[in-house]
Design a binder for this molecule. Structure first.
Ligand code: SF4
Length: 454
């Protein structure tokens, strides 16, 4: 089958598998007592051996990028910073009470929204308070998402002094027409300055997020964005497919759908990126991520140490990811919990001294096993089957695997599966063969919730 036929065949609504079971299968009104108990038990088992990861969701942005699917609050009023940080610290204290020992914090990620909306002084006082409660190993990995338009030298220096060594910049697209239609006016000079500042200060890894499939993108415009981006030698690039989900992201309803590249054009944009990254010495480490060979992400991929969670690909293997802030998601390996999605409700919970979790899922043994298959495929491009799952696999998974194998995307037998080089562009589809919820509940939640694979 030709590449284009494959694209058309597999361009269906499919999750990104940053969790399994995926969010639409989680339960509203999670049992908070059970969540706390699960967190406490997992913490006791894994803290001293694996450590834990922290994610802080910092939701404010000064203007709305119309493509954005993140949980954010648009405001230019910076007086919101203090109240939000106070709430985050109260949430942290609630979790500290569940920890019988000091947490060993291997990983911190500041995401958003725009973390650099917050002043360096606020970030310093907030993070210093958190870190005073923690043990931080030498090989920790602290990172932030920086907006090229408002990341200052002082932001970068403050966070560097607190142990941050990785910064990820949202570049998205450098073309002025595309930037105009997505309402993200960001001169390339800003990206260049922010990158150079990070390097001068001593950051060891700079990541760029780029998006393909945005309105008005063409091959020529994309080539220019890629050339400019590659000229700055980011250590990693996340080259994401634009997820068009106007039913959940209101800003996307402002797009003229005629301006969006079709699935074949979109795949051509991706293939251009893949080719240009390869020519520039980047390795494809899986689901839309490229890294230079000296970067930790590449080394972890080579050594089969990659892990994937809500923060995307990571090199740290902590069982517990504790997410704090509005809409943040936590993962204990055997349970997920998500905080309230509105700032108003989040503040109400915190004000009442109640944990703000509103939704979640407790995994069964079967869920944990099938999650493992999906993680193995997305992080290593291969997996081994447990013999006692063969009945389930034959019923739900093998029919799809047989189709994927016929198209040359995988090789499999009863012992396991390996993704072929052509299959690497279809990892989401391959993972979906192991999504028992999808197969048992076909055509309901998933097809009306997720973006298309390409
Ligand atoms: S893309 Fe980033 S900066 Fe733009 S609105 Fe979304 S979260 Fe804010």
């Amino acid at each position: 089958m030709s590449d284009i036929s494959l694209v058309n065949k597999y361009n269906v609504a499919v999750p990104r598998y940053t969790s399994y079971p995926t969010v639409p299968n989680w339960k509203e009104n999670i049992d908070v007592h059970r969540w706390k108990e699960t967190f406490r038990q997992q913490f006791e088992i894994t803290n001293l051996t694996d450590g834990i990861s922290l994610y802080f969701h910092l939701p404010f942005c000064e203007s709305l990028c119309t493509y954005c699917g993140c949980n954010k609050k648009i405001t230019t009023n910076h007086s919101v910073e203090s109240e939000y940080i106070t709430a985050l610290l109260k949430e942290w204290k609630m979790y500290l009470e569940l920890m019988p020992q000091k947490p060993v914090v291997r990983e911190i990620h500041l995401g958003g929204g725009t973390p650099t909306f917050f002043s360096p002084e606020h970030l310093r006082s907030f993070l210093s308070t958190i870190l005073a409660d923690c043990i931080v190993p030498d090989d920790h990995d602290f990172s932030l998402e920086g907006h090229p338009n408002n990341t200052t030298r002082q932001h970068l220096q403050t966070l560097f002094d607190l142990g941050f060594r990785r910064v990820s910049y949202g570049v998205q697209d450098n073309n002025p027409e595309v930037q105009h239609v997505i309402n993200r006016i960001q001169p390339f000079e800003n990206v260049k300055n922010a990158t150079e500042m990070a390097r001068e200060i001593g950051y060891t890894s700079v990541n760029f997020d780029l998006i393909y499939g945005l309105p008005l993108q063409t091959l020529e415009r994309m080539r220019k964005t890629l050339e400019q981006s590659i000229s700055l030698r980011p250590d990693r690039v996340a080259f994401y497919s634009y997820a068009h989900v106007p039913w959940t992201s209101r800003g996307q309803r402002l797009f003229n759908e005629q301006d969006l590249p079709g699935s074949e054009e979109k795949m051509a944009l991706y293939l251009l990126g893949q080719e240009m990254f390869a020519q520039a010495g980047y390795e494809d480490v899986g689901m839309d991520h490229f890294a230079l060979t000296g970067d930790d992400l590449y080394i972890a991929w080579q050594e089969n140490r990659l892990h994937r969670n809500f923060m995307g690909y990571t090199t740290q293997h902590t069982k517990i990811l504790l997410g704090m802030g509005v809409s943040a998601i936590s993962d204990t390996g055997n349970a997920f919990a998500q905080n309230s999605k509105t700032i108003h409700d989040y503040y109400q919970f915190i004000g009442l001294g109640t944990m703000p979790v509103v939704k979640g899922y407790f995994l069964s043994e079967e869920d944990e096993a099938f999650r493992r298959y999906i993680l193995d495929i997305s992080c290593q491009g291969k997996t081994l089957f447990a013999p006692h799952h063969l009945t389930l696999l034959k019923q739900f998974t093998f029919p799809m695997l047989s189709d994927l194998a016929a198209d040359g995307l995988i090789i499999y037998d009863v012992s396991g599966l390996v993704v072929t080089s052509s299959g690497r562009n279809f990892i989401r589809n391959i993972c979906s063969a192991f999504d028992l919820y999808l197969h048992r509940d076909q055509d309901t939640k998933v097809n009306s919730t997720f973006s298309k694979a390409i």
